[in-house]
Design a protein around this ligand. Structure first.
Ligand SMILES: [Zn+2]
Length: 151
């Protein structure tokens, strides 16, 4: 017996799954979840990792499976696609604002301090805690912060 669920319900579940690296935003916010398609009694969910070889992808898959099964949904398939590749252009301004609120400078050519908004910043490490983020220091307020790199 296939549980009748709507596409909107699936999207709502996915929107509750935080990005493993940046818990302030969901995997839907980041554009990792590409599409949800209902076909032949199966729910097909397609995801694209934020960068190729991202170790977070298996974690995200696990979280999606957990969320679906908790809601009694077992007729699903999760697909991973690398084409077209994920880019930071898929982030909406709203998501960039969420990143900023979380103390992470959103992607962009000009890096601003998320605390005081100055451009007087310097890079400390191109590779912060993860490959997606670089570590910066603000020269005005002296606060270190992460910058979500532009892809
Ligand atoms: Zn600052």
């Amino acid at each position: 017996m296939v549980k009748a669920v709507s596409k909107d319900f699936i999207w709502e579940l996915l929107e509750k799954i935080p990005d493993p690296e940046i818990p302030a935003v969901s995997i839907v916010d980041l554009g990792i979840t590409r599409e949800v398609i209902f076909k032949d009694d199966q729910i097909h969910i397609t995801i694209t990792p934020t960068y190729s070889g991202c170790p977070a992808i298996s974690f995200m898959k696990k979280e999606i499976v957990r969320s679906l099964e908790q809601n009694g949904i077992n007729n699903y398939q999760i697909h991973t696609t690398l084409s077209p590749p994920w880019t930071t252009d898929w982030m909406s301004d709203e998501v960039k604002a969420k990143l900023s609120d979380a103390g992470i400078a959103p992607p962009g050519k000009l890096v601003h301090c998320p605390q005081c908004d100055t451009k007087n910043v310097e890079v400390i490490s191109e590779f912060g805690s993860t490959a997606c983020k670089a570590l910066y220091k603000c020269n005005d307020c002296q606060e270190p912060f992460h910058h979500f790199k532009q892809f």
